[in-house]
Every structure is written in structure tokens, then in C-alpha cells.
Design a binder for this molecule. Structure first.
Ligand SMILES: *Cc1c(COP(=O)(O)O)cnc(C)c1O
Length: 352
């Protein structure tokens, strides 16, 4: 076979099940936003000049980067846009990591880091989080590694690493530090590592339009870093990595901060509601600063509950892996969707 050994041997990335769109399903398995994108995006589609599609898009997402730059007060030379933040993660490996290098990441976390490491023949070393799934930053400072990847808030758990810990890491580690802030908009204020990019030339902060801006389908991510890092990433990206429509609608969504704030506060309200209701139903619920809850049923088997919910057309996420296989990860839906989920959980318990 011509397929490279490391590709033959690697485990593929497994995404949440994506059922075909149907009216009555409730999809709480990929941390998508239950609300549509900004109504300004709909207006764009209504008025879009489709003949624009004959042109190539702007290769450096200039208009979008300009808006990101004004919103955050960060120069454009410190910003790069990607075809989802997943592209940015792949680019980081392409640009910074050689065959045989090592990255360090907590366990559990976003499993794509390991997948991309495998593709690039980079070793991915997991550091176990504590009993409460908190990250002990001291354990990450290992000069034999080349990069540290931390999702903050962390994927699968929703736990937030305090900014002081990130700064401590940057003061004590010389490799590359990647902070993936896919869920930062749902976390308490001033948790972002963004202000640190001016001070530390080895820091990359990744963001996405997928979660808080409800644009998973548009595939737009971006990152902030020292201009030297941005230049390296820019050389290696696909020339037209973000398509015209996605550049336009991401810019429009970004400029509607009022809508963003409203949807975020609705999601946070539903997060508190669902947490309290699950606790009443004998679930242990991990504190979450993201748009999902990781919870463990004290009664009944997590996988059985997962399968029961699928039969009711409710999709949550079950991970058949260490420390997660007795838990469910539930994305935060609308209050109505949460109520439907809770109703079916009550039925499950009454018949079991
Ligand atoms: C969802 C998610 C992403 C993926 O973002 P895209 O921009 O849709 O590629 C990246 N990192 C983490 C931790 C995520 O949970």
C-alpha cells in the first residue's frame, strides 16, 4: 500500500453524529448554538449579488480581519483567518512541528489535537487533569516538549483555566503555547489570553465563529499572535482558504455584537437551568464555563441513557473513552429543548 504507515496506523477523528436535517430532532451533540446567526446574515443572503461568486475571494480575508482588528484593538498583522479553527490547528503543526517533536495537552480535551499530531508524526502526550478535571499547569512545564495545546474553557469538561495560570505558563515555558478559545464567549469576563499576545511572542490564541456566532456551517476561525508567527502561518495556508460567502457573513456576524451578547446570555441562562434540573435528577454535573455540560448519572448507565435518547431523536454526546464513558456531554439548547430532554430523562428513569 502507498498509504504512509503513520496514517494507516492512526485512529481517525470521530466527530459528533450529524443526522440529516429533520424537523423534530434535538441536536445537542456538537456544541452548536441553538439560535440562528445574526439576522443581518439573513439580510446578506437576501441581498447578495450572486455574480460575485465568479471572483476569487480576498486571499487574506482582509475585510474580516479589519473588523476583528477594530473590535479587539489588535493590529491586522497579528491576525490570521482560517477555514474553521481546525485549519489553524493543522497549520500550526505544518509550520512549527517537525517529525518526532512532542506536544503536550490535558486529558481529556479536544481530540483533534491528537489526530493532527498523528498525521504529522508528532507525539501527543496527555497530562491527566485532576479529580475535578482541573488542569494543574505546573505539570505542563516540560522543556522536552515543543508545544502545549490547551482548550480554554476545556473541551468535554467546560472547566476554565484562570488567566494567572496561563501567564505563569508563559513565564516558565519557552515552547509554543496554543490557547484554543472556541468557548471563551460563554466564560466569565476577562478570561481571555488575548492581552498576553503583545507580551509573549510564543503565544497563539485561537478563536472561532462556530460556537458563539452560530456559524459552524460557514467554517471560519481566526487566531491572534506575534506577527512573525502570523507570517509563518500565512505562507502555509491554502491561498483562498476562506470562501467569499464565509468572509462576508463572519464579518457581518462579528459586527452585530448586540445579537451575540443576547444569544450568549440566553445560552448561559439555559446552562444554569439545565444544570440545576439535572442535579435534581441525581446527575453529578461538572461546573461549566462553556456551552455544554459534562454530567454523570448517579443512577442508570450513561451509554444506555444515550441510546434511549437517540431513540427519542435527542442526540447528546457519549465518549467511549477513559474517564468519560460514565458521562454524557450535553450541548446547551434552548430552554424548550432542555425541557424536552428532561422530560425524556424522567421517562427513562420511570421505566427503568
Ligand atoms: C468546536 C471546537 C473547535 C472547532 O472549531 P471550528 O472553527 O468549527 O473548526 C476548535 N476547538 C475546540 C476546542 C472546539 O470545541
Amino acid at each position: 500500500m502507498l498509504i504512509k504507515k503513520n496514517i494507516q496506523n492512526m485512529e481517525p477523528y470521530i466527530s459528533g453524529y450529524q443526522p440529516l436535517p429533520e424537523k423534530d430532532i434535538i441536536k445537542l451533540n456538537s456544541n452548536e448554538n441553538p439560535y440562528p446567526p445574526s439576522p443581518q446574515v439573513r439580510k446578506f443572503f437576501a441581498e447578495m449579488d450572486y455574480s460575485m461568486l465568479r471572483y476569487y475571494p480576498n486571499s487574506s480575508s482582509q475585510g474580516l480581519r479589519d473588523s476583528i482588528s477594530s473590535l479587539y484593538g489588535i493590529p491586522m498583522e497579528n491576525i490570521l483567518c482560517g477555514n474553521g479553527s481546525d485549519e489553524i490547528i493543522s497549520l500550526i503543526f505544518k509550520v512549527f512541528l517537525n517529525i518526532g517533536d512532542k506536544i503536550v495537552t490535558p486529558y481529556p480535551t479536544y481530540t483533534l489535537y491528537k489526530t493532527v499530531a498523528d498525521i504529522n508524526q508528532v507525539l501527543c502526550q496527555y497530562i491527566q487533569t485532576g479529580n475535578d478535571f482541573r488542569i494543574n499547569i505546573q505539570e505542563f512545564i516540560d522543556e522536552s516538549s515543543n508545544a502545549i495545546f490547551i482548550a480554554n474553557p476545556n473541551a468535554q469538561t467546560g472547566s476554565l483555566l484562570p488567566l494567572e495560570d496561563i501567564e505563569y505558563l508563559l513565564q516558565n515555558y519557552r515552547g509554543l503555547v496554543v490557547i484554543d478559545e472556541a468557548y471563551i464567549d460563554f466564560a466569565k469576563e476577562n478570561s481571555t489570553a488575548l492581552p498576553l499576545i503583545q507580551k509573549y511572542p510564543n503565544l497563539i490564541v485561537i478563536r472561532t465563529f462556530s460556537k458563539a456566532y452560530s456559524l459552524c456551517g460557514a467554517r471560519v476561525g481566526y487566531c491572534f499572535a506575534d506577527s512573525k508567527i502570523i507570517n509563518g502561518l500565512d505562507k502555509c495556508k491554502e491561498s483562498y482558504n476562506v470562501n467569499y460567502i464565509s468572509q462576508e457573513i463572519a464579518k457581518i456576524a462579528l459586527e452585530d455584537q448586540t445579537y451575540l451578547e443576547n444569544t450568549i446570555s440566553e445560552v448561559i441562562r439555559a446552562r444554569t437551568y439545565l444544570r440545576d434540573q439535572l442535579k435534581l435528577m441525581e446527575f453529578e454535573v461538572l461546573p461549566s464555563q462553556a456551552n455544554f455540560l459534562l454530567c454523570r448519572p448517579l443512577r442508570g448507565d450513561a451509554k444506555e441513557i444515550y441510546e434511549y435518547l437517540v431513540r427519542q431523536k435527542i442526540y447528546v454526546r457519549y465518549f467511549d473513552s477513559e474517564r468519560l464513558n460514565d458521562k454524557l456531554r450535553i450541548s446547551i439548547g434552548t430552554i424548550t429543548q432542555c425541557d424536552t430532554l428532561l422530560h425524556h430523562l424522567r421517562t427513562f428513569y420511570s421505566i427503568n
